[in-house]
Design a protein around this ligand. Structure first.
Ligand SMILES: [Zn+2]
Length: 149
């Protein structure tokens, strides 16, 4: 497991707070869920970063099963921060929620090494990724988002 992920995990736990509200002292919310028009792009970006592998089980995210954005430290509407998200099978996400509840231990992820520990692209970049249904254009946009970090 990478030191960067361990450090980000500690930060995520601190930011989430005891009630996992992800609320800063000044009332601002931390890591708000991207708007729905950016979510497909976020999912695509995570899948690309992970080389098409689910970080929870280590199996392929090949579209035979539903894929979703999974949190390590709970935050349905929040907690969309670097190191706290990965693309995973819906069933893997459900299992983690049932077994672990609010915090998925990093040690339980078969491929924790795949959890992206780099900044999440901006909303406009994710939105552009979402709008790209053409495979080539989508790949190009993914590459550009990766380069402009
Ligand atoms: Zn999985």
């Amino acid at each position: 497991m990478s030191e960067a992920l361990t450090r980000l995990h500690t930060m995520a736990l601190a930011m989430a707070g005891e009630a996992y509200t992800w609320t800063a002292p000044n009332g601002a919310t931390i890591g708000s869920r991207p708007r729905s028009d950016a979510m497909p792009g976020l999912t695509a970006w995570l899948i690309a970063q992970q080389g098409g592998i689910c970080a929870a089980c280590g199996e392929a995210l090949d579209g035979t099963e539903r894929i979703e954005v999974c949190h390590i430290v709970r935050g349905r509407e929040r907690g969309y921060v670097m190191g706290n998200l990965y693309a995973g099978h819906t069933s893997c996400n459900n299992i983690d929620a049932t077994i672990y509840g609010s915090v998925v231990p990093l040690s339980s992820l078969v491929r924790a090494d795949l959890v992206p520990v780099i900044p999440i692209p901006s909303h406009s970049q994710l939105k552009a990724l979402s709008n790209n249904t053409d495979k080539r254009a989508r790949r190009l946009a993914l590459r550009q988002a990766a380069q402009s970090r």
